[in-house]
Ligand binder design. Structure first.
Ligand code: ZN
Length: 384
């Protein structure tokens, strides 16, 4: 054994994050502290932790040490449509340690999702399965076709519960044409019989918002809630529809899902003015919006802060709240001792920052969120 190794007692910690402001909405913690990581878990949070045994130190002075961000709506499956982005490199620059693929794949592709997307990734990846597998025989009636996959879709989710959360469906006239409402009803039946949640994208009527809300239940998620399209949460006067409020009272959750077309400053402003804050903030990142207007999760967080939400409120909706929906890893979304060491080091910068919504409206924000370091399962996530 080398002399230097003998001279240094082995540290109890793998990584020590020094002097940051620990900010954990789940435990309502906000304090200057050191965070110790060992064996992929958070093992200590204290005013000062000793840097013994040559432990690797991350200096976090002036930064927020937060739970790793959780993006409930992404596309990180590489399918035939090639919409997916690769999670790892974007995670490295954005603080997102948990990615939820929102239905980029159908039940016939779940094995590939596990083997080629989830398993090799340095970050955590989960998914919602798309109701509609994309290898349809054009001669077959689409409703019959989807019905023929109900059993396999339900069974696929239940057999892969460790990585699959529920069913995704794009509801709107532009997605499945005149079949959209029929598909939604099929999705409802499927989710009821397999006791799994639904993630519903909303875009253009028909069906109408009230019809969609009627079919949503506790634990289901409505994504693209701040779109300005005809299938949205606002009525003609810019107020949140009663059916939407009632859905929320029943336990239906509302997600931002920014995307290429689904985040509008004016719609978000009106909803916020009417007291309607999204339950979760997500990007709907894919390769047509990763170079703008979405870019990444910190940019989407900055937009919500520009609209008046506090950093704490934004952080809660990108950590604790989506963690409850994913609900697959104990302690995920918090920084408590014993929790998995999924950590983001975030900064809030002051300056003049242009932010652009899906309709290409640009505003100038005085602050923005940036990520300085991403740690997942106790390890730094690197760009390479
Ligand atoms: Zn999407």
């Amino acid at each position: 054994m080398a002399g230097s190794a003998m001279a240094q007692p082995r540290s109890r910690l793998d990584l020590l994050i020094r002097n940051g402001t620990v900010c954990d909405p789940a435990s309502k913690m906000k304090r200057l502290a050191d965070v110790g990581i060992s064996g992929g878990k958070i093992t200590a949070i204290a005013d000062r932790l000793p840097a013994d045994g040559g432990v690797e130190i991350v200096e976090a002075r002036g930064l927020y040490v937060t739970p790793g961000l959780i993006d409930l709506h992404t596309h990180c499956y590489h399918g035939a449509t090639a919409l997916g982005v690769e999670a790892g490199p974007i995670a490295a620059r954005s603080g997102v340690t948990t990615w939820v693929d929102a239905g980029s794949f159908g039940c016939t592709q779940a094995d590939g999702f596990r083997k080629f997307i989830v398993a090799p990734s340095p970050v955590r990846i989960f998914g919602y399965v798309y109701l509609y597998p994309d290898n349809r025989n054009p001669d077959m009636d689409p409703v019959k076709y989807v019905r023929s996959f109900v059993k396999q879709t339900g069974q696929t989710v239940t057999a892969n519960r460790d990585i699959l959360i529920g069913i995704k469906l794009q509801v709107g006239s532009n997605m499945n044409g005149r079949y959209s409402y029929d598909f939604l009803k099929i999705a409802r039946e499927l989710c009821d019989s397999y006791k799994i949640p639904l993630l519903a994208h909303i875009s253009f009527a028909p069906p109408e918002t009230d019809q969609v809300m009627e079919l949503m239940q506790a634990g289901d998620v409505v994504t693209h809630c701040y779109n300005r399209h005809t299938l949205g949460i606002l009525d003609e006067s810019g107020k949140v529809r009663m059916s939407v409020r009632k859905a929320r009272e029943r336990g239906v959750l509302f997600d931002v899902g920014h995307g290429l077309g689904s985040f509008n400053f004016e719609a978000a402003r009106k909803a916020l003015a009417d007291g309607f804050l999204a339950d979760t903030i997500s990007t709907d990142i894919y390769n047509l919006n990763v170079k703008g207007p979405v870019f990444d999760m910190p940019t989407t967080m900055s937009k919500m802060m520009y609209l008046g939400m506090s950093f704490d409120d934004v952080l809660q909706r990108t950590t604790a709240a989506p963690a409850r929906i994913v609900n697959r890893v104990e302690g995920m979304g918090t920084l408590a001792v014993g929790a998995p060491a999924d950590v983001a080091l975030l900064a809030i910068e002051d300056g003049e920052f242009p932010l652009t919504d899906s309709q290409r409206n640009t505003v100038t924000a005085k602050q923005r969120v940036v990520s300085r370091l991403t740690i997942c399962k106790g390890k730094r996530v690197s760009q390479g």
